[in-house]
Design a protein around this ligand. Sequence first.
Ligand SMILES: Nc1nc2c(c(=O)[nH]1)N[C@H]1C(S)=C(S)[C@@H](COP(=O)(O)OP(=O)(O)OC[C@H]3O[C@@H](n4cnc5c(=O)[nH]c(N)nc54)[C@H](O)[C@@H]3O)O[C@H]1N2
Ligand SMILES: Nc1nc2c(c(=O)[nH]1)N[C@H]1C(S)=C(S)[C@@H](COP(=O)(O)OP(=O)(O)OC[C@H]3O[C@@H](n4cnc5c(=O)[nH]c(N)nc54)[C@H](O)[C@@H]3O)O[C@H]1N2
Ligand code: SF4
Ligand SMILES: [Mo]
Length: 768
Amino acid sequence: WKKTACIICALNCGLEVQTEGRRIIRIRADKAHPVSQGYLCEKAQRMDNYQNGADRLSSPMRRKADGTYEPIDWDTAIREVSTKLQAVAKAHGGESILYYGGGSQGNHLGATYADNTIKALGIKYRSNALAQEKTGEAWVQGRMIGSGVHCDFEHAEVAVFLGKNPWQSHGFARSRVILKEIQKDPNRTLIVIDPCKTATAEMADYHLAVKPGTDAWCLSAMIAVIVQEGLVASDWLAEHATGLAPVLDTFKAIDVARYANLCGVDEALIRQVSRRIASAKSVSMLEDLGVQMNIHSTLNSYLNRLVWLLTGHYGRQGTNNAFVPLMSLSSTARDNANRKSNDKVGAPKDARPAQWKKSPVTGFKVVMGLIPCNVIPEEILTNHPKRFRAMFIESANPVHSLADSQKMREAMRALDFSVVIDVAMSETAHQADYVLPASSSFEKAEATFFNLELPNNAFHLRQPLFSAKEGTLPEAEIHARLVESITDMGGPDYGVLKAVAKLGLLPFALAFAWQSGRNKRIAKFPSIALYRTLGVDLPKTMSAAASLWGVAQMYVRQQRKAANAAGFGGNPVFAGNRLFKAILGQPSGVVFAKTDYADSWTMVKRAEHKIELWMPEFLPEIQSLDAGLPPIDPAYPFFLSAGERRTETSNTSIRDMSWHKKGSVGTLRLCAEDAATVGCASGEWIKLSTRRGSVTVEVEISDAMQQGHVSLPNGLGLDYVQSDGTTVRKGVSLNELTSTQDRDHFFGTPWHKRVPARIEKIQEKEAA
Ligand SMILES: Nc1nc2c(c(=O)[nH]1)N[C@H]1C(S)=C(S)[C@@H](COP(=O)(O)OP(=O)(O)OC[C@H]3O[C@@H](n4cnc5c(=O)[nH]c(N)nc54)[C@H](O)[C@@H]3O)O[C@H]1N2
Ligand SMILES: Nc1nc2c(c(=O)[nH]1)N[C@H]1C(S)=C(S)[C@@H](COP(=O)(O)OP(=O)(O)OC[C@H]3O[C@@H](n4cnc5c(=O)[nH]c(N)nc54)[C@H](O)[C@@H]3O)O[C@H]1N2
Ligand code: SF4
Ligand SMILES: [Mo]
């Protein structure tokens, strides 16, 4: 049994696997994994479908004039890619190149090296999937608290899920075990706010089945109940928060009965649930795509926080708490840390309007260092002199995953240059000028920075299960070759460090500090330097872990208390070295941070460590709710949830669906009443149209759906080329149906959960 992790969702549960040749043949949970502790779900069994997908790449590919691809050797690929990227940067500046991606659900180590390629090319703009779900939330969180928070459902007396179906999508460790524990404990309460009777909602004590897209009215009504019934935790807030008065002012006037009616939830239920939250010893609340990819996306992130903050639920066991990351997922936070920002108290840099960086064409605000996904085509398909001219894409499939695939294809073809690093010939690779084949996540040292746990937080460096597939390279090597080709960094820069690396980590640390001071290239491209020096002396297949030495050194300096409590205190050089060794030496993962719940207060990065309750930016939107629901377009009377997580979905990392043997997959779910109106039955195919496109799709009548609401799963509709050369497609490619314009006004997050749609029986002519 060899240790590794599942790459399907952000939990990355620890696995033990048996292999035969290049296949993964048996999979079980790793009981020694510090976070998943022997937990896994059924999807983990599909790792071999990822590892041995028939459309995996085994050679760099170059696009020909006719749109087909020819294999080329690595030297040619690196030379041509670096020459062409440099030509764009020279003609239009590094700011004309957009870097997209940098790691999906299972592979973030490559991003530590990509950071150096980005610097070498002078790239100024990035984006990735976080900029179509989490940027609004991150901004609100930054303004109100200033640190990232994570839920503690394990200990919560009351658990609240807002537009989140953790039974299927997970989102916190050992989700199903914890949900069952809450369900069977009579003293604990499960509350779900979701239009659908999901697997989680089925377990709930209270299910608030809002009408699709009406959460802002539901949450406002809950807050109004809390304010009007005197359920506000006034003493606690006096000690811990500022800005209460304008919040009370805003919500005291709201008509609870009317808002309850607008969102379709019984007023009595809203009152009952609000009282339950206010009276509980601890409440944890988690929002996800049901609200984040919906109208009022950013507003809902704010209202969600008001619910648990006004009732005094933060900074204790069982509530939401601040966590200590090993490395931030936000490139802005990383840049600030690198600059040794002394801005310890106060808003994170990207939360301050005055310093806000904006996208070059549409002027959308940059949060977490990312431009909104939904504006990318507009930043390309224009004559604007500052438009993007090139894209560097890695570990992501934006042609498939971003709104409006048609426009995204057009945008990629309009670029002067594009390159994709991927393991498979994805939909995005099919639009790129060059495709560079990466070794799979099981063929190199790999890890993710989705480390959100508390009070103990852990990091898992996985050791490879296989040697690299022939013709592929790990991202670390690809970026090292690109940086060396773009700059004049090379052998002479590495000589001293390479020699010292053989003497041990302490002399290496001293030599690295000294070299960084006198060699600009080492200072500018530290990850590549580490890979080429320290990496050489790591056990052979672990070279790509070298950048983690730098991460560990940074971490112990920035998070002294948490690191010390986890055994990585004292002199930071020694502590960083010990942490790096522990990361390398513990194949199930290592606890790098230990905190107390009370530390959540020192991590409130606002004046006097007080939470800021009032965000005046939201006032106009809150006031606009009073006008009632937006009108429904009679031509598109249904709301399509374009992207439900189901057992058959895994974003697009698993392209080979041959694990799925019987039954339908990728069906459109709708309720019996709607099926009767359209005149269709389960198993029949119907036509689904949005303003952007039409597809035919199999129907599944489901009592989980309410009238007027239909749902399709995410990540399907891939064109998978099987080993015999034939192509299969299962399910619908959702973003052929979505528009980039349906988006939040703050940070452009898409409204994928509420796509206006029409469903019709297929006319015989069309069927033919
Ligand atoms: N099986 C599986 N698990 C996954 C993934 C996967 O591809 N497959 N992907 C992972 C990723 S990247 C992510 S971001 C997470 C996402 O995890 P979730 O956000 O939990 O997943 P979804 O199913 O997209 O949406 C959650 C819920 O939103 C509800 N919803 C729809 N419209 C509304 C609305 O108007 N209001 C409210 N309140 N709810 C609404 C849906 O009914 C659904 O139950 O899942 C992760 N886990
Ligand atoms: N309509 C609609 N659209 C959605 C969603 C929705 O619900 N509805 N969900 C959205 C969400 S929440 C997310 S997170 C995004 C996800 O969308 P993306 O961020 O685009 O991620 P994936 O689809 O997982 O694509 C990951 C790519 O990485 C490649 N890959 C796998 N392993 C490796 C590796 O080791 N190295 C390299 N270089 N590449 C590798 C895979 O082959 C795949 O092409 O989709 C979003 N799109
Ligand atoms: S899909 Fe997520 S919850 Fe299931 S085993 Fe994989 S990482 Fe764990
Ligand atoms: Mo996601």
